[in-house]
Design a binder for this molecule. Structure first.
Ligand SMILES: [Zn+2]
Length: 332
């Protein structure tokens, strides 16, 4: 505090000295200019949005990984989604310790494109058309990143929640006209057995996924999408939720999909219950297993709901984990 005060004094005395040296007329002109600039600054309207590119690129060996921002969603009452099984004061304390408000939060939706050099493989498709204005932007994010939807060779669906399968169709047609599809066998079995008339999730699966079944490869744990991209069962969030290991030239990255959906509440506290985890105990167990592997093997990951650009590392802290955002380690 004292240092800041003396810094301020120094600035003032320098300005006084400058005014003294340049004379009263020049000093008045200086003040006038400064005053004008300040007035113009004050008139500038708040832009109300963050201007940044909706994609980011990372290099994993010979693979180029592009995370694509489909959108963001801000809402109130985060504890209705995260930390459902902990007291409100504990939730507030943990949030405050990470400089997070306890009464609102922002979620991110981040499909990821992998260019293997031979194929363009897109993981998940965002909310799709008809989503609110701040979501459903995958097509424009892809185009800004330099691709057309027609170029996508394979679309992988990690699990069949609306924010992952919403973008499969546009105007009743497949949004990725030339693609084939890959998803977990268990996941499709689960949703396709439900009654679409009685279940909104199953209704969207019937509309967006079932018409593509003939062009879809259904994987089991350990199945391969293409050389260097391997499915790993990670059930809990949904019954057939799968994550994907990317391996190229000795480098690895895991696309963790919805294994952990908040960088603090789900990483530091893997056992905190999350509303959208269909089997909460299995989801917590999967979080511990996957995050433990990322931490011990020091593998970077892209998490669908991590703060954009959604790529980071995992550190072990106490009984939980800590999110370390990628800064420049994987940049091209
Ligand atoms: Zn999700």
């Amino acid at each position: 505090m004292e240092t800041e005060m003396s810094g301020l004094n120094l600035t003032i005395s320098r300005r006084s000295a400058l005014l003294g040296a340049t004379g009263a007329v020049a000093g008045a002109a200086l003040l006038g200019q400064t005053g004008q600039v300040l007035a113009e600054d004050a008139k500038a309207a708040a832009s109300g949005s963050q201007a940044r590119l909706p994609f980011a690129r990372f290099k994993i060996g010979g693979f180029e990984v592009t995370t694509l921002l489909d959108g963001t969603a801000s809402s109130a009452e985060p504890q209705k989604t995260f930390g459902m099984n902990v007291p409100a004061d504990e939730f507030a304390e943990v949030s405050a310790a990470s400089f997070l408000p306890a009464d609102s939060f922002t979620n991110f939706f981040t499909p990821t494109l992998v260019n293997t050099g031979k194929e363009l493989v897109l993981f998940d498709t965002g909310m799709g058309e008809g989503a609110r204005p701040d979501r459903g932007n995958l097509r424009s994010a892809l185009e800004t990143a330099g691709y057309t939807p027609e170029q996508i060779d394979i679309v992988v669906i990690t699990h069949m929640h609306g924010d992952h399968i919403g973008g499969l169709a546009e105007g009743g047609n497949p949004a990725f006209a030339n693609a084939r599809y890959v998803t977990g066998a268990k996941e499709y079995d689960f949703w396709s057995k439900l009654d679409p008339a009685a279940n909104g999730g199953a209704k969207l699966v019937a509309k967006n996924v079932t018409p593509l079944a003939e062009k879809t490869t259904f994987l089991e744990d350990g199945g391969s999408v293409v050389s260097g991209i391997t499915a790993m069962a990670a059930a809990g969030h949904t019954p057939g939720h799968m994550i994907y290991m990317l391996e190229s030239d000795g480098k690895q990255m895991v696309l963790t999909a919805d294994t952990a959906n908040h960088y603090v509440w789900s990483l530091a506290h893997p056992d905190w219950e999350v509303r959208f985890d269909m089997d909460k105990a299995a989801a917590a167990q999967t979080r511990r297993k996957v995050l433990g592997m990322l931490a011990s093997d020091k593998i970077p990951f892209a998490g669908y709901h991590m703060p954009f650009p959604a790529v980071g590392y995992v550190d072990t802290v106490g009984d939980g984990f800590h999110y370390v955002p990628e800064t420049y380690q994987l940049r091209l």
